[in-house]
Design a protein around this ligand. Sequence first.
Ligand code: MG
Length: 246
Amino acid sequence: MKSIVITGCLIAVIPALALAQAESKGDPAKTEVWKPVPAAVATPQNAAPSDAVVLFDGKDLSAWDGEEGGKPAWTVADGAATVVPGGKGIKTKRSFCDIQLHIEWRSPTETKGFEGQDRGNSGIFLQNLYELQVLDSYNSPTYSNGQAGSIYKQAIPLVNASRPPGVWQTYDVIWKAPRFSKGGGLEAPARITVLHNGVLVQDDTVLSGKTEYIGAPSYAPHGCAPIALQDHHSKVSYRNIWVREL
Ligand code: MG
C-alpha cells in the first residue's frame, strides 16, 4: 500500500487510502444496522403519501365539521375549499396530536381596500388552539409576528417566502403537541417546524401557549384535538390537505 503514491494520480490513490484506513479500524460490517427496516411509503407525484390521512382531496369536506359543529358553510369548487366570510371556520372530525401536515392555500386576488391583517387572512389552528398564520404578506406590511408563516403573536418567520395573491402556496408542518402531566402541569411545550413554499420559516420553534389576540399566551392542559381553519372574513381557499400521524 505504501508505494502506491507514485504517479500522483488521485483517482487511483484515494480508494486505496480509504481501504487501508478501513482495514486498520477493523470490520466495517460491525457498524451496519439492518433492523428495524423502515416501512415503505409510496410517494406519488402531486398526491398524498400512501400512509397519510387525506383531509381534503378537492372533492368534498366530508372530513370536516363547521367550527361550532354541523356542516361546513365553505364552498367547494374547482378542487378548492373556500371560506364563506361570516360562515365560521371549519375543523377536522378527527383529532390529532403529533403530525406532519401538508396544506395548500391561496389568498384572494381582490386586494383593493384590504390592508395588513384584513388582506387574505385565515389561519391553521393546530389542536384547535395554536395558529399558524395564513395571510397575504406579499408586498403587504403588517406586524412581523402576525404575517404569513408566523406563529400568531409568538414567532416571526425566518423569511417572507410569500407568493402573490391568487397563486397557490404550500405549508409543510411538523407539529409536536405539548405534553402535560397527570396533574395538568406542562411537561413539554409545543414545537413547530414550518416550510413555506419549501423554504424554512419556523425552525423547531417553541410555543409559549395557545394563540391569544390580546395578552400573553399560556398553557392549559388538553389532549389531541382537531385541526381548524379560520374564517377571518376573507375568501381564502385551501386544497390538497393531508396529515401523517407521528
Ligand atoms: Mg389568521
